[in-house]
Write a protein that binds this ligand. Structure first.
Ligand SMILES: Nc1ncnc2c1ncn2[C@@H]1O[C@H](COP(=O)(O)OP(=O)(O)OP(=O)(O)O)[C@@H](O)[C@H]1O
Length: 369
């Protein structure tokens, strides 16, 4: 059973007032309902999506299984058709484009896939050359273009290999080179790193960032993995039940999530759990001599402030660090720390006061004896 979908909670203008010329892709109230099949009910996969992809950005759409991610990305290259609303690509309304129109459009929109979708009977070179052959590009130009792309993705020495002879990361590099063959302005990434190990994922994400920054290609990606968003996305949209429930700059969304789904995604990478050895000892009511356990969130500038030493030096309390995770989103540090401080007044009030004056968010987790 699919959860009932409600109409989009936000309008695009409220989310991001991007001038039309700066929006390379624009969803306006886009809905998609799959017709009933085998006496099943019709499925509303998307309900009123408003989303802007600014030119030159990397935008990530994150959501759980069945949220509507694949449907959303497939609408951008005509693999699915919207049932309501409009999709504009570079200002052109593509909602009702004919199949011939889409064939033309797809040259300006490359796509890479979770399982790479390479042709096993073709070499690396021939896989990358395929879109150019289809477009009728002369052989000499294909040779030059494919060689350039294989060098870009670090596979110049693998041009005569077959996909079966490559690692997952190398296969995805071929996928990226092939997607770039027709010099697209937009690259769509459909769970492009989900089949890869963490180290290979990082290398592929670094390559995607390079493609974005050096070639100026806009990237729209879908994923269910928050590290992917954190690593390379300038903006993030959280999708649930066919609606965008939260959208904004990655740093803003990750440091101040407003929707519970966003918060649970973010928690997975930046949250700090109460360690097992402590969890069973934590109680809510303070007893005499207890320490208070606080969770302090660090965002941006203040992540580099020597907070603990300041608390100790300025208000003279002992601060014990119990657990912590400081990470970075883009080049901005971010994270959280679990500490214990004296639970008695006035020390505790002074600690909260000092944290507030440092513009740090702190919550009381409980008390330990
Ligand atoms: N061709 C189809 N026919 C009928 N229903 C479909 C079809 N494709 C997707 N759906 C349904 O639409 C909803 C959204 O599916 P979609 O594949 O877009 O989600 P997703 O977020 O990409 O999920 P996953 O991460 O599992 O791929 C789901 O309920 C799904 O079952």
């Amino acid at each position: 059973m699919n959860a009932p979908v409600k109409p989009g909670a936000f309008r695009v203008e409220a989310l991001l007032p991007v001038p039309p010329a700066d929006a390379i892709i624009r969803f306006e109230g886009v809905g998609k309902t799959y017709p009933s099949r085998d006496s099943q009910e019709p499925v509303t996969a998307l309900a009123g999506i408003d989303l802007v992809v600014p030119r030159g950005s990397i935008v990530g759409v994150i959501g759980r299984s069945g949220a509507g991610k694949s449907t959303l990305i497939r609408l951008v290259n005509g693999l699915e058709r919207a049932t309501s609303g409009r999709i504009l690509i570079e200002g052109e309304d593509v909602t009702n484009l004919t199949e011939a129109g889409w064939r033309e459009r797809r040259r300006a929109t490359g796509m890479i896939f979770q399982h790479f979708n390479l042709l096993s009977s073709r070499t690396v070179f021939d896989n990358v050359a395929l879109p150019l052959e289809i477009a009728g590009v002369p052989k000499a130009k294909i040779e030059a273009q494919v060689s350039r792309l294989l060098a870009l993705v670090g596979l110049a020495d693998k041009r005569a290999r077959y996909p079966a002879e490559l690692s997952g990361g190398q296969k995805q590099r071929v996928g990226i080179a092939r997607a770039l063959a027709t010099e697209p302005k937009v690259l769509l990434c459909d769970e492009a790193t989900s089949a890869l190990d963490p180290e290979t994922t990082r290398a592929i994400l670094a390559l995607l960032k390079q493609v974005n920054r050096e070639l100026g290609i806009t990237i729209l990606l879908i994923t269910h993995e928050i590290p992917v968003i954190k690593e390379i996305c300038d903006r993030v949209a959280v999708i649930e039940g066919g609606n965008i429930v939260e959208e904004g700059e990655t740093f803003e969304v990750m440091t101040r999530p407003r929707h519970p789904t966003t918060a649970s995604f973010v928690e997975a990478v930046t949250g700090v759990e109460v360690p097992d050895y402590l969890a069973g000892r934590i109680h809510q009511q303070a007893l005499a001599g207890d320490s208070a356990v606080l969770r302090i969130a660090f965002t941006g500038e203040n992540a580099t402030t020597p907070v603990i030493s300041r608390l100790s030096a300025v208000i003279g309390v002992d601060v014990n660090i119990l657990a912590g995770r400081i990470d970075a989103i883009g080049d901005k540090p971010f994270g959280s720390l679990l500490v214990s401080v004296p639970a008695s007044e006035p020390e505790l009030a002074a600690v909260f006061g000092a944290l507030k004056s440092l513009d740090l968010k702190a919550e009381l987790v409980g008390h330990v004896s």
